[in-house]
Design a protein around this ligand. Structure first.
Ligand SMILES: Nc1nc2c(c(=O)[nH]1)N[C@H]1C(S)=C(S)[C@@H](COP(=O)(O)O)O[C@H]1N2
Ligand SMILES: [Mo]
Length: 324
């Protein structure tokens, strides 16, 4: 309880958090046991399926000025109402078929226009960075939203290490391709098999370098559940949810705007930028309001999902009704 209910000021300082609590917490995480979920399920020490990604190296959790203090969506909602089309089109498919995602071993390739390309086991990829909690508002293009306490680190750490060359203007991402195991990647009529697998996404380099853009490896103090994009996924909170690509294996620096799965599928509905914008309707519905999962009354959607102070300057001079 002490840990789940810690105040912000207690998050980051081992000298404030009672040392035995701090040590125990790190111990649990190192063992790959979901502490947050353990509490939610009514008992410390209840082992949950955990990816191997976070085992065996130190984790430092820091609070962040970028976190919202709005109330968090319940763990059960965040992990049972998902979009992860590799496991099927239904909201409950990702949790039901989570085992189809094989995360061990997992390799991440960084290449393209950069000085330091590399291929990493996911543990090596994550281990140089200290992890932070980032509590972000997330807004799906379909009209629902959540507040999710992610655990991760800034994507810019990877970009600085890779050292993109002058010609690099975009970052292209690719998810796992494993049709033998992932039912959504098999081409069958009536399924989501018609999409261009693997799932691809992209960001402009300055968007990717923005401190709000993170790579998440956990949520609610637990390693990322498969249905949320284990072992590592992108999180871009001022854009519609589909830009936050899950289960990534490839990060490439490129010169031209890269193709993306949803833009290829329906370019009039899903633009490259996809910044949350209540003033621009989706062709089939309004984007003015949203339903926060767990609430009944709809809320007004905010420009850039409420992150305008941080990111509006990235789009100065761009017509955001054109660059959707
Ligand atoms: N690889 C992959 N990434 C994906 C998706 C997907 O189907 N496959 N769905 C996207 C969509 S539409 C949303 S809203 C978010 C949902 O993330 P969450 O389930 O963790 O809330 O993931 C995005 N990332
Ligand atoms: Mo979404």
């Amino acid at each position: 309880m002490l840990i789940r209910n810690r105040r912000r000021s207690e998050c980051s300082h081992s000298e404030i958090t009672p040392p035995e609590v701090y040590a125990r917490r790190r111990e649990f995480l190192r063992a790959g046991v979901g502490l947050g979920a353990g509490l939610a399920l009514g008992g410390l020490g209840m082992a949950l399926p955990a990816s191997a990604a976070l085992r065996g190296f130190p984790l430092e959790f820091e609070g962040s000025d970028y976190s919202t203090d709005e109330s968090k969506t319940a763990y059960d909602e965040i992990t049972s109402y998902n979009n992860f089309f590799e496991m099927g089109p239904g909201k409950s498919d990702p949790k039901t078929y989570a085992d189809q995602l094989k995360t061990d071993p997992w390799t991440i390739t960084v290449d393209g226009l950069c000085e330091n390309p590399g291929e990493y086991a996911v543990e090596d990829f994550i281990s140089p960075w200290s992890l932070e909690e980032r509590i972000y508002r997330m807004r799906c293009v379909e009209g629902w939203s959540m507040v999710i306490p992610w655990i991760g680190f800034e994507l810019n750490r990877i970009i600085e290490k890779a050292q993109p060359r002058g010609g690099a203007r975009y970052v292209a991402f690719e998810s796992i391709y494993d049709p033998d195991n992932l039912r959504g990647q098999r081409r069958r009529r009536g399924s989501s098999g018609g999409l261009e697998w693997p799932y691809t996404e992209g960001l402009r380099l300055d968007e990717a370098m923005h401190p709000l853009t993170i790579l998440a490896v956990g949520l609610y103090d637990e390693v990322l559940p498969n249905q949320n994009g284990a072992p590592i996924r992108v999180v871009v909170p001022w854009k519609y949810g589909f830009k936050s690509i899950k289960s990534i294996q490839h990060i490439r620096f490129v010169e031209d705007q890269p193709p993306t799965l949803w833009n290829q599928a329906q370019s009039d509905e899903y633009g490259f930028y996809s910044n949350v914008n209540p003033d621009v309707d989706h062709p089939r519905w309004s984007q003015r309001t949203e339903r926060r999962i767990g609430e009944f009354r709809r809320r007004r959607t905010e420009m850039f999902n409420g992150y305008a102070d941080e990111v509006a300057s990235l789009y100065e001079g761009m017509d955001l009704t054109r660059y959707i």
